[in-house]
Write a protein that binds this ligand. Structure first.
Ligand code: COA
Length: 198
C-alpha cells in the first residue's frame, strides 16, 4: 500500500520548486491577494468560501492522512505562489480523489499552474498511484484548459447546487456562467466536470 512518504517530497520545474507544504507557508498563503470578480472570488483563501464544515480553512489541513499538500515556491523570489492539495486519497487502491489548486491571483494565466501540475502529476503517477481525479466547475474555462494541458480528460459531467450569491443572469458579469447554470425549483445548479489522468 502506498503512503504519503511514497509521494515525492520535492520536484523542480523551470521556474519553481514544488515541495510538500510546511507550517511556515500557512501565514503566507493567508496573506495572498483576493481573486478578482464574480468568477474567481469564490477561490479566495480566506472568507466563507474557503471554510470547511469544521470551521477551518481547507488549505490548513496539511496533516490529514487522506491528503498531501504541495506549495509552489517561485525560484527567483523564494515566495510561495501556489498550492496543489491532493485530497480524498485512497492509499489502498491507490487513487487521488480530488485536487484543489490555487495559483496566487496576480500570477494566474502565466503558465505556473500547468508547469507545476504537469510535473507533479507525472511524479505522482510514477510512484504507482493509479489515477488522479478532480472536479471542476464548467464555468472555470481557464482551469479546464490548464488541466487539459496537463493530460487530464473529462470523464463525467454532473450538476451541483450553486453556492454563494444567487446568479443574476441578466447582468453582463454573469455571462461566463450562462451555459452552465440552470434552475431546479428554488435552487440554482451548476454544471461540473470530473477530470482524470490517466
Ligand atoms: C486554475 C489555475 C490553477 C490555473 O493556473 P494558471 O497558471 O492560471 O494556468 P496556466 O497559465 O498554466 O494555463 C491556463 C490556460 O488557460 C487558458 N485560458 C486562460 N483564460 C481562459 C479562458 N477564459 N477560457 C479558456 N482558456 C483560458 C490560457 O490561455 C492557458 O492556456 P495556454 O497556455 O495554452 O495559452 C489558476 O488560474 C488559479 O489558481 N485560478 C483560481 C483558482 C481556481 O480556479 N482553481 C481551480 C479550481 S478547480
Amino acid at each position: 500500500m502506498l503512503t504519503r512518504d511514497n509521494l515525492p517530497d520535492e520536484i523542480v520545474t523551470a521556474r519553481t520548486v514544488v515541495r510538500k507544504t510546511l507550517p511556515k507557508d500557512l501565514p503566507v498563503i493567508e496573506d495572498w491577494p483576493r481573486y478578482p470578480g464574480l468568477q474567481y472570488g469564490c477561490f479566495d483563501m480566506t472568507g466563507p468560501s474557503a471554510l470547511s464544515a469544521d470551521g477551518d480553512y481547507w488549505w490548513r489541513k496539511i496533516d490529514r492522512c487522506d491528503r498531501c499538500h504541495y506549495s509552489v515556491v517561485h525560484k527567483p523570489s523564494g515566495d510561495v505562489i501556489g498550492v496543489h492539495a491532493f485530497t480524498r486519497i485512497d492509499w489502498a487502491r491507490p487513487v487521488i480523489g480530488n485536487v484543489a489548486i490555487r495559483i496566487r491571483a496576480d500570477l494566474c494565466g502565466k503558465g505556473f499552474g500547468s508547469e507545476t501540475l504537469d510535473a507533479l502529476l507525472r511524479a505522482v503517477l510514477d510512484t504507482g498511484m493509479k489515477s488522479v481525479r478532480l472536479d471542476v466547475a464548467a464555468t472555470n474555462a481557464r482551469a479546464i484548459a490548464c488541466y487539459r494541458k496537463c493530460g487530464m480528460r473529462i470523464t463525467e459531467e454532473f450538476w451541483q447546487e450553486h453556492s454563494g450569491d444567487p446568479p443574476q443572469m441578466e447582468k453582463p458579469e454573469w455571462a461566463f456562467a450562462v451555459l452552465h447554470l440552470r434552475k431546479d425549483g428554488p435552487k440554482w445548479l451548476v454544471r461540473f466536470y470530473r477530470m482524470a489522468i490517466p
